[in-house]
Design a protein around this ligand. Sequence first.
Ligand code: SF4
Length: 477
Amino acid sequence: MAKLHNIPPEELERQRQYALKVREILSVKYPTAKPLAYVHTYGCQGNVADGERIEGLLSEMGYDFCDSPESADLVLYNTCAVREHAEDRVFGNVGKLKNYKKDKPDLIVALCGCMMQQAHVRERIYKSYPFVNLVFGTHVLHRLPELLYQTLTGGKRVVCAPEGFGEIAEHLPVRRSGGVKAWLPIMYGCDNFCTYCIVPYVRARERSREPEDVLREAREIIAAGCREITLLGQNVNSYGKGNKSELNFAGLLREINALPGDFKIRFMTSHPKDCTHELLETIAQCDKVSKHLHLPVQSGNDRVLRAMNRRYTRQQYLDLVADAKATVPGLSLTSDIIVGFPGETYEEFQDTVSLVRKVEYTSLFTFIYSPRKGTAAAELPDPVSHKEKTRWFAELTAVQEEIAANRIAESVGKTYTVLVEGRSKTDKSRLAGRTDGNVMIEFAGSPEKIGTYCEVRVTETGKWTLFGEALPQSDTE
Ligand code: SF4
């Protein structure tokens, strides 16, 4: 794989100059208080990480942030193209802004992210949403200062979504939103072309950040007091291909594990075809790496896996799971599954059900197949009705619930080290965190414990959540 270049420092400096110009314009336009930006990100954690960089850039340009579009001077939707449902929500929410714009004609409406990388979406926005001021694609996120400057000064709509092989913009400002947890992208794009997936078309070719850039950002995150770093990439197991450095993903994990500080490391997503025994040993040996592996299987049937272009068989996947369980004691496994891939029969779907029973995942992210325009699978005949697929989905969900209930019941009486993330969403008197295996756990405790690690003994269980009590003096901070 040819190494794709980082965006040159001169270009990033040019953008910083635009940021200063925007800041100046805004300080004249809003002389008494900073203008407010409302940024909403849809989709995966990779998009959330992009959103944090967008907010970093907006902050550099002089914006403050608000929690609702009603009070904003700039509304930015960072969109996701992976599922139809998310696209529909974006169009619905953008439509609502038309009325806000009537009351506040200076309101800037901006759209970016994966959806904007698709020509048919840009066309629809151009025709049906004339009040949208700025549209930009995934390859020009770093050019937001220049594009916003053009929007503020040109009086015309600005659209910039070039095709690209993808470049990496280092040293962008980041406004982190995860509290004690931080996202750290280590690579971008994807080369795998699973036939149902739009990502390789909207996020371009796979490219990895150099280890020194990843480690620099990891040090910044630790210094800022974050206690959990999640390394992000569409396929972290192929990290490093084409880099100057020869460090692979296992090597990168070891380097981050060796950084001083009291923190945990998670990562996602792992493509099974690239998951090596070396990586499993690294997970087992590195004390800061969570014993949790998200290993998307998508289907348990060989014909469907071939049609999806996943490049592993059911048996290879099961062998990998056996190796993972043997190498990493207590490993928590989670997965993604697509129900009702075009042409899938009920018998083939049963192979997925039996695989789920064999593996006994901690949790599953199950989706009914959603056709994505421009992908190979969208062209395949799809005779099974949505109603029928919904029945299969319910069947698989029931199987997983039974497995999860058994696993959760086994947790009663056990003690887990938990990073306290905040208060429980359902009962503010309780604290909430996750076990190393990524299961939610709630317990009574004072808010000073937020951001620390506690030892928590499980006393009872809910459907998806554990409940417990903090052991005395268990705070490891
Ligand atoms: S590995 Fe497959 S499913 Fe994942 S992003 Fe790449 S193409 Fe999409």
